[in-house]
Ligand binder design. Structure first.
Ligand SMILES: [Fe+2]
Length: 474
């Protein structure tokens, strides 16, 4: 029920200092006995550094969370990622490296000096957790992912891409190709001649290989990309940067980007094998953080993403607004782009469902890069509220279902498939939900098809709103 008596979601943006190890969380309902593994997540948990409060949701210092599942029990532990950025910031009481929308505090002299120094990349990996080259790895949007111990959450050190990959800015949403046994991702290299560089990393041994390169004058801010069975798809939103502005370090990273709708939306399709640019098309401008899935369909490529009218959503996620519980009215909708591959013609877009959705997940194991039916994400029932529900969208019919509870704010619903399942979507969703009234979080387990509640595990504290994570089978 929407209403002004709802407990404020602002507690989801309060710092969490406490690091705990709990062998058994109190459980309501019955945890599926087949769940055997761990949900590993990352997210910002420290915004107030002593001498400085960061500006944006995306800037908080990363904390890792682990929910372990065995024999119907759930264990929990959380630990700050001991990245170089974390150690420097906690020692100094302020950022030492630039984050997404916050720069280090610098004197005028330091500002001038910084112009002549290479940009110090952040390794504050608060965006996503993925297996990479045989290790558990936390990611942010630079070329410095960080390895950690999947059991203890102890930080093991920067992953560090090799010199062939280069670049500085990257993404936290690599794609896994089960058939080729590798991950695909990309970096942006800024310079006199900037370029996007798509690359792969082998599952076994971590060998790195450059797949394709594309020169670009003004690189776009892209938070993710799309993959079909045969192609990699870069969708260039018209939020672009003059590389010189980044080099001069005059403003925090994202404040250097400009919205240029006249440039349109550019979709580039690359062959995974050989790296050739197969197609480039242009269509009406939109902005997105997240691609959902993509697939090949009789001479076309279909790309599904969560589209916003423009990049205003970034401004709505500044910390001061969120801590004041200001409404967020930018709306992301599941939108399908059809790109003709083997014939001339323009791309066109279809809105799959009207409902707001973000942090989308699919049955990745069965459906990544292939035709699919179900998308899960977080939704917003009350247009004046934060993300207040879990939503499921049927991509074939546009039908939606949702789960919600008063005062509850769910995080990304991670799909975990029933082992050996025959049908897409057989399994559960795992979501960390903040109960704002009790200022405490719980792990929610839903049946992925019906969104019926199966079980809840109570956490010992509130968990600040995070972004992404993944389930690592035992
Ligand atoms: Fe993301």
């Amino acid at each position: 029920m929407a209403g002004s008596d709802r407990a404020s979601y602002a507690i989801g943006f309060a710092d969490l200092e406490q690091e705990v190890v709990v062998d058994r969380l109190p459980i309501q309902g019955e945890m599926p006995a087949w769940l055997s593994g761990a949900l590993l997540r990352t997210g910002p948990a420290k915004y107030d550094l002593g001498g400085q409060t960061v500006n944006h949701w995306f800037d908080g210092l990363a904390m890792l969370h682990r929910f372990g599942f065995a024999d119907g029990n759930v264990s929990y532990r959380n630990r700050f990622l001991q990245s170089d950025s974390y150690r420097e910031a906690t020692a100094k009481g302020a950022l030492a490296r630039g984050e997404f929308a916050t720069d280090p505090c610098r004197t005028l002299f330091q500002r001038v000096a910084a112009v002549f120094e290479p940009m110090l990349l952040t390794d504050n990996c608060n965006v996503n957790v993925n297996p990479l080259g045989g290790a558990a790895v936390a990611f942010t949007e630079t070329t410095l992912p960080v390895r950690f111990d999947a059991e203890t959450l102890a930080t093991l050190g920067d992953y560090g891409y090799g010199p062939a990959i280069g670049g500085s800015v990257s993404i936290a949403h690599p794609h896994h190709d089960a058939r080729r046994k590798c991950q695909f991702s990309y970096v942006v290299e800024f310079g006199m001649k900037s370029r996007y560089r798509l690359f792969s990393i082998d599952d076994d041994g971590g060998a790195e290989c450059v797949v394709a390169e594309m020169p670009v004058d003004r690189p776009a801010y892209m938070h993710s990309f799309a993959m079909t069975e045969q192609y990699l798809v870069l969708v260039e939103f018209p939020l672009v940067v003059d590389p010189l502005r980044l080099k001069l370090q005059l403003a925090p990273f994202i404040r250097n980007y400009r919205w240029r709708p006249e440039q349109g939306l550019r979709i580039h399709v690359f062959d995974k094998d050989g790296g050739g640019l197969v197609k480039s098309v242009e269509t009406d401008p939109i902005f997105a953080f997240h691609h959902v899935n993509a697939f090949e369909d009789v001479g076309n490529i279909v790309v599904d993403l969560i589209a916003y009218r423009d990049a205003g959503i970034i401004d709505q996620l500044y910390l001061e607004r969120l801590r004041a519980s200001d409404p967020i009215d930018a709306t992301g909708r599941l939108t399908r782009y059809v790109v003709p591959l083997s014939r001339p013609g323009d791309a066109f877009a279809i809105e799959v469902a009207e409902a707001m959705i973000e942090l989308p997940r699919i049955d990745y194991e069965l459906c990544a890069g292939r035709p699919y039916q179900h998308v899960w994400g977080v939704g917003r029932r009350d247009p004046k509220d934060f993300l207040d529900s879990i939503i499921k969208i049927d991509t074939e019919t546009g039908e939606t279902q949702s789960w919600w509870r008063e005062h509850c704010y769910p995080g990304e619903p991670v799909f975990v498939g029933l082992p050996g399942r025959a049908r897409e979507g057989e399994g559960v969703l795992l979501s960390v939900v903040l109960d704002a009234q009790r200022a405490q979080s719980f792990l929610l387990v839903l049946d992925a098809m019906s969104l019926a509640e199966i079980a809840k595990a109570e956490c010992p504290h509130h968990i600040p709103f995070g972004f992404h994570g993944n389930y690592f089978p035992a």
